[in-house]
Design a protein around this ligand. Structure first.
Ligand code: ZN
Length: 82
């Protein structure tokens, strides 16, 4: 997991850091927090979800909106599963 890009194995979505500027503030916040929390917890288990709930209570809704944004805005060749 690196900070220069936002990725999520579970959802297969990836947002290069350059795309963060195109996201709404709440989605960028979600994406950055998601990656930062993976520095501490590599999976999406109970501990990870607890961090997300503590810092971004509506993270599940944001996650869905970010996934939709990635599908609509990121070419398939730029998507990554890591
Ligand atoms: Zn993830």
């Amino acid at each position: 997991m690196t900070l220069h890009r936002v990725s999520c194995r579970r959802h297969g979505a990836l947002t290069p850091a350059s795309d963060l500027v195109n996201l709404t503030e709440d989605l960028a916040e979600y994406a950055v927090c998601h990656d930062l929390f993976h520095l501490k917890i590599p999976d999406h288990g109970k501990g990870f979800r607890a961090l997300m709930n503590a810092y971004i209570p509506d993270w599940r809704e944001r996650e869905e909106r970010l996934a939709a944004w990635v599908l609509a805005n990121i070419p398939d060749t730029d998507k990554d599963n890591g």
